[in-house]
Design a protein around this ligand. Structure first.
Ligand code: ATP
Ligand code: MN
Ligand code: MN
Length: 308
């Protein structure tokens, strides 16, 4: 067992103070969490969250009136943008305005001041936009599914990945489901990674049709889990680890050890109100090896009958 340092549980110092406007505004009637609470949450988890954000195009879900009000999915800068956010080179996505990234604690907190609740990242970092460094399986429970089916579904996805000799990491979505993430060598374009994930999901749905469905759409999903591979397409995003969700209760997307899967009660097991306490008791980062484990896909593609 490798010795691991105790995790930092103190907030990363901000380089300058930030003025929070309307800090008293309640963002979520269910929990009573205010805008200032959310800003403080992001300041507190910045150390843990930033590795999942830095250098990666990021879309913000902004909710100026909180969870019950209008939500804006903001992928680009534009007037009024928090200046702490990085505007990436517009050439990275021809035909589109500059994408944003969140590269330091000031930017994370400024985004929250700018009414961002959720942070969604691309699968590829800006320095190699056409080569994703992760493959995501988004487990979406259909109507009529019970939570143990979602837990079992995640284990089955992991089993298939293990058969393909791919290690994977688990996080709650902060909403209804779970996300299984495979760090990969950035050698294949989005379409290839998407094709592999699609082949895997179709295989699961063929062999276990009572549990999985490979086609999107609520009617197809009743009582079953849709494993969403569409998160792997170009320009698709997935909510970042430690992001809050603009949903009642303000769940957060939390990295989880596979051994702790059985003890989860939902995809929103942790919230903005409970996440910090959980992290303060955690002595080992369940995702410590994630960034150190980029994996090649050649063998998995061959095993799934795809040409690398
Ligand atoms: P849950 O566990 O409840 O499914 P989730 O984050 O997985 O939570 P999904 O509905 O499965 O939610 O996934 C929605 C995906 O679509 C997210 O990954 C997000 O990045 C992306 N998305 C959400 N809203 C928009 C939008 N307005 N424009 C583009 N992409 C969006
Ligand atoms: Mn989902
Ligand atoms: Mn989905």
């Amino acid at each position: 067992v490798r010795e691991q340092p105790r995790l930092p549980d103190t907030p990363q110092p901000m380089s300058r103070p930030l003025k929070v406007t309307h800090g008293e505004r309640v963002l979520d009637a269910t929990s009573g969490v205010t805008k200032l609470d959310l800003v403080r949450y992001y300041a507190a988890v910045a150390n843990r969250m930033l590795p999942h954000l830095q250098g990666r195009p990021c879309a913000l879900l902004r909710a100026p009136e909180g969870v019950g009000g209008a939500l804006f999915f903001q992928r680009h800068g534009g007037p009024g943008r928090a200046p702490e956010l990085t505007e990436l080179d517009p050439a990275l996505w021809p035909g589109h305005a500059a994408l944003l990234s969140v590269d330091h604690a000031d930017a994370l907190v400024a985004a929250a001041q700018w009414n961002a609740i959720e942070f969604h990242t691309w699968n590829a970092p800006a320095r190699h936009m056409d080569r994703p460094d992760r493959m995501v399986f988004d487990l979406d429970p259909g109507e009529g599914t019970i939570w143990p089916q979602v837990q079992e579904g995640a284990l089955l996805v992991r089993t298939l990945l293990e058969e393909l000799r791919l290690a994977c990491w688990l996080k709650t979505s902060g909403g209804k489901g779970l996300h299984v993430v495979v760090p990969i060598v950035p050698r294949w374009p989005h379409e290839v990674v998407k094709a592999l994930s699609k082949a895997m999901v179709q295989h699961l749905a063929r062999t276990l049709p009572s549990r999985f469905v490979a086609r999107s759409g609520p009617a197809n999903r009743v009582g079953r889990i849709f494993v969403d591979y569409l998160r792997n397409g170009h320009a698709a995003t997935t909510v970042a680890a430690f992001s809050a969700r603009a949903r009642p209760g303000l769940g957060v997307s939390m990295p989880v050890a596979w051994d702790d899967l059985a003890s989860l009660r939902s995809g929103a097991h942790w919230t903005v109100q409970t996440a910090r306490e959980h992290l303060s008791f955690q002595s080992v980062d369940p995702w410590a090896d994630y960034a150190r484990t980029p994996q090649a896909l050649d063998d998995a593609m061959a095993a799934m009958g795809l040409r690398p």
